[in-house]
Write a protein that binds this ligand. Sequence first.
Ligand code: E4P
Length: 222
Amino acid sequence: MQLFVDTANLDEIQAAAALGVISGVTTNPTLLAKNNHGDVKSVIQQIAKLVPHGPISVECVTDDAESMIREGETFVTWSDNIAVKVPMTVEGMKAVHHFSNNGIKTNVTLVFSANQALLAANAGATFISSFVGRVDDIGFDGIGIIREVAEIIELHSFNSQVLAASIRHPLHVTQSAAAGAHIATIPFKVIKQMYDHPLTEKGVASFKADWDQLQKSNLTPA
Ligand code: E4P
């Protein structure tokens, strides 16, 4: 399972890119607003330079297919690694069908059920963002939906990739991978948490202490 970073914060993206484990970035209007990016084009271009080999998802905010197509066709002129993020609506799927026919990558967002994913796959979505945390928040099983969607995509040999979104903690990442997601998009804070394990810290400290001890004893004449 590949890892994308789910943020529009340039410092976080730069730090995430430097880790060497990230292969894409997802943004949404909320993440852009949170980081006060008035000039969306300029920030997306900066993100695209920081992660040049991965798709950068940029979200349409209009309601009808024609306007979404106009938005998406503008986004893809900003950089050559843009994926147009389209909401899971009737109009959105018309736009995805158009983008798919024109070789433009898409990320269908706000997917909360297997049937929505099935529609997105048939429209030709490149990525299908099935939300985990928001489903859990209302008392349902977000990971269960990821598993169902991944099974359907695999069983029927769709080309779409299942993208686990709305990830809230490291366990969501493990569970998404085990459920068959191709990608998880993860907040930077959670990516950092994934590195942590008390036994790793303890092991590093004790190996270092033993090495230092060995160096000292080698210097001590017998
Ligand atoms: C990413 O593509 C989604 O927009 C994002 O993961 C949503 O996360 P949230 O539910 O924490 O807002």
